[in-house]
Design a binder for this molecule. Sequence first.
Ligand code: FAD
Ligand code: 2HG
Ligand code: ZN
Length: 487
Amino acid sequence: MSSLGETLKGTSISSDAVKSLAIEKLKRILGDKGFTDDGNEMTPFLTEWRGFYSGDALLIVFPENVQMVSSIIKICAEADISIVPQGGNTSMCGGAVPSSDGNSIVLSMSKMNNILSIDTTNYTMTVEAGCILKNIQEAAEAEDRYFPLSLAAEGSCMIGGNLATNAGGTNVLRYGNARELVLGLEVVLPDGRILDQLTGLRKDNTGYDLKQLFLGSEGTLGIITKAVLKLFPTPKSINAAYCAVPSISAALELLESARVESGDSVETFELISRQVLDLVLKHIPDTRDPLNAPFEYYVLLEIVSTKHNDDQAKQNFENMLEKALESEVILDAAIAQTEQQRQEFWALRENATESQKLEGASIKHDVSVPISSIPKFYDAAWKAILKVEPEARLVAFGHAGDGNLHFNVAEPENSPSSDFLAKWTDINHAVHEVVKDFNGSISAEHGIGQLKREELPHYKSQTAIDVMRIIKSALDPKGIMNPGKVI
Ligand code: FAD
Ligand code: 2HG
Ligand code: ZN
């Protein structure tokens, strides 16, 4: 449909009128409870949680099933209205909020939140895309199965958003990214057709693996409506320790011995710098340092066994830590004796983002390098930041076990946030150039969204960008799926 006008039943009408008609049609098919155009009700869907991005929309829609999604897309495609898919709106890069041109609808997946089936023998679960991640974990647990995707936003992010961003989280070392946890997918394409690939197959080489296109595409190629997820045996014995390490290199030595000594059963290997711990202790009530003295770096380490009361695994874990202590690979460690103590360790890690937000302005870098390069990267990137802002405070933490660090920077104390934020691009550039030197990635797990869209072409080859554009224009020739994101 032309953006300037269209002949409808013999009458020439403007594109605005076409849009108004489309919006009326959408309201009719969705019914009163299926949409909102109320300003106050719309606000949370138009604003990103850190407050960096906000936009405008014609409508927020809440479809209840895949047919509704398909009808919505068809109506929007005809009227050149853009669609911004939204799950829990926890994106770290402005991916789920519309632009301010007001030519979009936000399509919230929140009403498509049914767990459809669990096949304990096939170790799979079929879910709608609007299921909250935590509900999926709990549903698996109720059947004595385990869905390992885990991240601090799990109480509000939705599986569709996790898959659309190929989320990582704290268990990637053992189970892989979200992408590796999916066997089948149902997607509504930008022309409204439904691509049903909801199989629970572990082997299927019948041509291109189409689902992979949509995993990590951040809503730019279609709407994920259902997924078949992989399940695993539930860890029954979890050994957790909060370890102080003298250096990042020592942390990697610990990783090596933990993997070998446990029969490669390391579930979590999270790095926490002292600055992060300090922010958490300062801002988050009921948190405490598990160790008696301060140290520069910590590792939250968990080793799991699927056997009940696995005394052997516990013994191996303690022996491994003792050896590490003797060889000064660790300087001290607290071992969780109860589930509550384990949760206390986790609070120190999971509140890193919240406490950094409460501390003031921050500039984040979600980067990955080969695990072996982490120590050198860490030093080089920190030096590069200090050249731009000598008073910057490094808030580094993350998934060191898979090479992904959140190399974040907090504003200097006692100076205006605006001065610090004015250096955003320079600080980003400084870190990302070091990432490039180490053959790393400028977005390990959060995606590109709006935040890194401009930077992407500097860090990806022209050929890769060309192929991405070919795929985008083949699937979404009108460019209506989440415009302004990724490419
Ligand atoms: P949204 O934010 O709503 O959307 C994210 C993107 O996916 C957008 O581009 C959106 O358009 C698209 N999208 C959403 N649903 C669909 C759908 N059904 N079909 C197609 N496209 C869709 N991320 C990590 O990877 N690892 C972490 O450890 C991690 N920790 C976090 C901790 C906190 C405290 C917070 C706030 C965020 C964290 N994140 C993390 C980022 C974020 O939570 C994840 O990326 C999450 O997977 C996004 O899910 P969501 O439902 O909130 O998606
Ligand atoms: C995490 O690992 C998230 O906790 C958030 O990916 C990281 O706040 C951040 O930068
Ligand atoms: Zn993370």
